[in-house]
Write a protein that binds this ligand. Structure first.
Ligand code: SF4
Length: 166
């Protein structure tokens, strides 16, 4: 069993594939020349270059943070809306972490390729869903071996596809 802090990336992975959570947490690095990683990095670097202010605080790595009409807005940038649920939960994780520190913020999920901006708000209901994910992630991390392989639609574009399916 490994001890690891829950991070936004783990929360994102949980809503995609539990095996991905385990691989990520065990620092099994996907191939760095994977084109999907590259696209993700490029989108993160090029879109919103002027307002981009990536911050790392504890187990949070926030893509962009800004002040709008006196409110703090935390944004997460993604390459497509395919993983919208996972990206939303990742963003909610940051809003939750900030609330624990006494900071109230709103969230924005940005998908520049699709010109989408989705507002995300931490509610009692999605906070419950998040806490269930935390408990499940801890259970996944206790596993000696990764959860079994199961082909899902995300496998095609997953950075671990070579590792899982080669
Ligand atoms: S390739 Fe598929 S099974 Fe493997 S980690 Fe990615 S999504 Fe999960």
């Amino acid at each position: 069993m490994i001890e690891r802090k829950i991070t936004g990336n783990l929360v994102n992975a949980y809503f995609i594939c539990h095996r991905k959570v385990w691989l990520f947490a065990h620092e099994i690095n996907p191939s760095l020349d994977n084109p999907y990683l590259e696209i993700g990095t490029l989108i993160g670097e090029q879109s919103y270059k002027r307002e981009k202010k990536e911050i790392q605080a504890g187990n949070m790595k926030i893509d962009l943070i800004k002040k709008e009409n006196g409110n703090i807005v935390v944004a997460e940038i993604k390459k497509s809306s395919k993983g919208e649920k996972a990206a939303t939960m990742q963003l909610l994780f940051y809003l939750y972490q900030l609330r624990q520190k006494g900071i109230e913020a709103n969230g924005e999920l940005l998908i520049p390729k699709e010109r989408k901006k989705i507002s995300v708000e931490l509610t009692e209901e999605n906070e419950k869903e998040l806490k269930k994910a935390f408990a499940d992630i801890k259970e996944i991390l206790k596993m000696e071996t990764p959860p079994p392989l199961k082909k899902i639609s995300f496998c095609k574009n997953c950075a671990y596809s070579e590792f899982c399916w080669a």
